[in-house]
Design a protein around this ligand. Structure first.
Ligand code: MN
Ligand code: MN
Length: 463
């Protein structure tokens, strides 16, 4: 079976569109590197498309009607958008879901210490990383520090060329004779991920003078005391903007494409179909904490989505417990999370016989992910896959079927199984990446375009 290729199938106009979509994606993802920044940018964009805060309706007892568009901001770290269809919501929704958290280095509650005349910032890594990849990479610092009086300080260091950056050092190769014999998972360990934070000693201070100087700077510039780190969320993420890759300009190199490439294409599909009159309600669900098991109030295992479906139906005069359950179980969902692309440098880990996603062949639909005999996998139904094939092929969209690597090489999870718990039809569908979870990940512009097309087609045509 020959795989269709997006580049070969595209008209000259479509090729131009592929590049434009990628440019817009790269600008968005260069700023929205953390879940908080993603939520902020997403809401700004949605408001431009006429989306209103659902809380205004809920709190003021205002009614909603078909074709209205609302969003719900979950603690600034997750967001849900609804476009109300003309059919009762209990007939089911078309849901696009993705996650907006990515692997990174989180700053600890007691982060600042001095050793050998250097001030360091202690971190606890977030998500599954090869730790050795995160040293010698310049890092930006983003997040919030909440003070006891309830006010907060936004921290964003690294967006501007003149901003300072941070880095976790590695031992010079000249002295690494012993270190180089360690296995890859031991060569850099979690507690070694301490970023350089300062090196000027404060005059006349005996104990930890460099730290004293840093604390004075923090007080001066930000009004932050050392103990304010106890109520802070600060993330060190790879520095720099998303960039075009390859002499043919066909690929994107960027931090956090897992899963912001899918989150962005879900968001855009939801917004760009919002002018149309739709029958089935569409929802776009952008959640936090997938990389650490989808736990916590802002993760997919939280009930906030279900609660907001109830609020939405209440504003529509359609609420009762049974209707909410019907709405969820009658829904269809694309769980949009990045796939593993075949990497020619490591093809020994790829699933053979065209079962691995290839760059340029479109979004990868995955019947199952999981590991060790599909363990932990959602395993979408053949009936649902057939429906999806039908609508995508009718619209002449290039897509491919993929597996997450060769059998027993490893595996991974997504949010698919959590929504499937409601009894809805869910399938995994995502942009293939090389270098997943590395500081900089690679995607194909053709596949980003395919993801956007697939998501729009699903919202419009799945019934
Ligand atoms: Mn992911
Ligand atoms: Mn991931």
């Amino acid at each position: 079976m020959n795989k269709p290729n997006v580049w070969l199938a595209a008209s000259p106009e479509q090729k131009q569109e592929i590049m434009t979509v990628a440019d817009n994606y790269m600008s968005f993802v260069s700023l929205a590197k953390t879940e908080r920044r993603f939520v902020k940018s997403a809401i700004q964009l949605a408001e431009g498309f006429g989306y209103k805060n659902i809380n205004d309706y809920v709190e003021n007892n205002l009614p909603l009607k078909p074709q209205d568009k609302v969003y719900y901001n979950m603690m600034d770290k997750a967001v849900v958008l609804f476009h109300v269809g003309s059919a009762p919501v209990s007939q089911g929704m078309n849901i696009l879901g993705a996650h907006i958290d990515s692997p990174r280095l989180d700053v600890k509650p007691h982060p600042i210490y001095e050793k050998d005349g250097i001030c360091l910032l202690d971190t606890h890594y977030y998500g599954g990383i090869k730790k050795y990849q995160w040293v010698t990479v310049p890092l930006a610092l983003y997040g919030v520090v909440f003070l006891k009086d309830g006010t907060h300080i936004d921290v964003a260091i690294g967006d501007h060329d003149e901003d300072e950056v941070f880095i976790v050092t590695d031992l010079l190769v000249h002295l690494s004779h012993e270190r180089m014999t360690k296995p890859a998972d031991k060569v850099i360990e979690g507690e070694q991920l301490n970023a350089l934070f300062g090196s000027i000693p404060a005059a006349g201070v005996e104990k930890d003078p460099v730290k004293a100087n840093i604390l004075a700077l923090l007080k001066d510039h930000y009004g932050i005391e050392e103990e304010d780190f106890l109520s802070a969320e600060l993330e060190l993420v790879p520095l720099g903007k998303a960039r075009t890759c390859g002499l043919d300009r066909s690929m994107v190199v960027a931090y956090g494409q897992d899963d912001k490439v899918c989150a962005y294409t879900c968001l855009l599909a939801q917004l760009e179909t919002s002018d149309e009159t739709i029958e089935r309600t569409s929802a776009c669900l952008l959640v936090d904490k997938e990389e650490v098991g989808s736990m916590g109030a802002t993760g997919m295992q939280s009930r906030f989505f279900e609660n907001q479906v109830a609020e939405l139906m209440n504003c529509l005069g359609q609420y009762n417990e049974l209707n909410v359950r019907r709405a969820l179980s009658n829904s269809y969902m694309l769980s949009c999370d990045v796939a593993a692309a075949n990497d020619p440098n490591y093809s020994e880990a790829s699933s053979p016989n065209h079962n691995m996603a290839d760059f340029g062949c479109g979004v990868s639909i995955m019947k199952y992910v999981g590991s060790r005999g599909k363990h932990g996998s959602n395993d979408a139904s053949a009936e649902f896959l057939a429906k999806l094939r039908q609508i995508l092929d009718d619209d002449k969209i290039v897509w491919q079927m993929g597996e997450l690597g060769k059998v027993d090489q490893g595996g991974g999870g997504t949010i698919a199984y959590i929504l499937a718990n409601y009894g809805m039809q869910v399938v995994d569908c995502g942009v293939p990446l090389m270098d997943m979870h590395a500081p900089y990940e690679v995607s194909s512009k053709a596949d980003i375009y395919s993801a956007l097309q697939v998501n729009k087609c699903f919202l419009k045509n799945m019934k």
